[in-house]
Design a protein around this ligand. Structure first.
Ligand code: FE2
Length: 411
């Protein structure tokens, strides 16, 4: 298969991309004489990019909002309470059915790489066992990383440490954590040491729900970053949310940034989720409740956007479209300056791939997997401005999804 008239990010002119089997075989300047074959694709001068990445979602909780009750306060903590009620009703098939439906929604929007957190604070690890099956059954659609996520804590949940170890033994790819939710500051710190030990011993990646609160005293990010720095594990470690950073004073944050840069860890922000859940204890002025995305990016550190939830106890909306999250995030994070807009797709492609450690399994380069998207616009700015879409998703050299743009008839 050949993709004709492809525009590539950061390069002038048009290109033809030749796929052979499940690899990219060649990327050449487009010549006018090319005659497209029947199974070739025409990008028509629009962007061709590697697949979108969903770096932070909870597939075990999606499509459960209102079951059995809605989150009326809109807070993170009521979300955890509502989820504890729904969790009691979770079955193996229920988890698999909802996850598969959600994966289809992600695929429809050009996503082929997903990192899902799965709640392992459950003595039966039912959701994890279901998601391990889903990971195998959906390999033709997505590459799925599973995080062993201790929703109700590692130290403050019965047998929390053993459940984490068991989850990794069963096949979870990433070690998670939630230090700000542990009962005490000491437990938060010891949970991070425990989870970093576990990751170091097993070679797993790390992705911690870290300081997901407006409390400016929630300072577990410094603990995570220092553990990553001392152990030389920064490239494998991600801090998700870090929303308390939006409430840290600048003097502390300035010191913190020095450590964060030395640590080499990545950051994931979920802007729609955080703008909804945080700021809930404020009247006015009301905080945005997000981490310092623009500042992290400008300091040369790696940051990307995720959806977090689709129709669950924490967030009632969502349709799988990561471009919606990008547009909202650029607004919320004060990133509508042209310099940010013209490279904005980094936040849902290359930066996310780096956080997920995809390495040579990702990117438009000869020899890499034949996974790519044809978008509906010629550059990053126009994709965001026009609320564009992924029109074609190619995976393993074959078309996985094709979207027909809406037609408008003027009178
Ligand atoms: Fe999350």
């Amino acid at each position: 298969m050949i993709i004709h008239n492809a525009r590539l990010r950061g390069r002038d002119g048009l290109y033809r991309i030749t796929l052979s089997g499940d690899q990219i075989a060649a990327i050449d300047a487009q010549t006018a004489s090319a005659t497209p074959a029947a199974d070739d694709l025409d990008a028509a001068g629009n962007l061709v990019v590697p697949p979108f990445v969903e770096p932070h979602i909870h597939l075990d909780a999606t499509l459960t909002a209102g079951e059995p009750a809605w989150n009326m306060s809109g807070t993170l903590f009521e979300g955890i309470e509502r989820w504890a009620e729904r969790k009691a009703l979770v079955t193996h098939e229920d988890t698999k059915t909802r996850a598969r439906k959600t994966i289809d929604m992600l695929v429809d929007h050009g996503i082929q790489h997903v990192r899902t957190h799965v709640d392992v604070t459950d003595p039966t690890l039912a959701a994890l066992k279901a998601m391990l099956e889903v990971r195998e059954e959906t390999r033709h659609l997505i590459d799925l990383q599973i995080v062993a996520f201790p929703q109700e804590g590692i130290e403050s949940y019965a047998n929390g440490r053993a459940l984490m170890e068991q989850a990794i033994e069963l096949g979870a790819d990433v070690v998670g954590g939630i230090p700000h939710f542990e009962n005490t500051r000491d437990q938060g710190v010891s949970s991070i040491k425990f989870l970093m030990d576990l990751a170091e011993r097993t070679g797993c990646l790390v992705d911690v729900h870290c300081d997901e609160t407006d409390d400016p005293q929630s300072r577990f990010l410094e603990v995570l970053a220092e553990e990553a720095r001392v152990r030389g594990m920064g490239a494998r470690v991600t801090a998700s949310h870090t929303t308390a950073m939006g409430s840290y004073d600048n003097a502390y944050c300035s010191k913190l940034f020095r450590l964060l840069k030395m640590s080499g860890i990545s950051f994931i922000s979920c802007p729609t989720e955080s703008i909804h859940l945080q700021g809930r204890f404020d009247t006015y002025p009301k905080r945005r409740g997000l981490t310092r995305v623009a500042e992290i990016d400008r300091a040369g550190m790696n940051v990307c956007f995720g959806q977090d939830s689709i129709v669950d106890p924490w967030y009632p909306l969502g349709n799988g479209n990561i471009l919606r999250i990008l547009e909202a995030g650029l607004h919320i994070c004060h990133m509508l300056g042209y310099e940010d807009l013209k490279r904005s797709l980094d936040l849902i492609t290359d930066n996310s791939a780096r956080a997920l450690n995809l390495g040579e399994r990702y990117g438009l380069e000869v020899g890499r997997p034949a996974n790519l998207l044809i978008l509906s616009a010629p550059d990053d700015y126009e994709m965001v401005r026009s609320q564009g879409h992924a029109l074609v998703s190619v995976r393993h050299g074959k078309v996985l999804m094709r979207r027909t743009p809406a037609q408008i008839e003027r009178a």
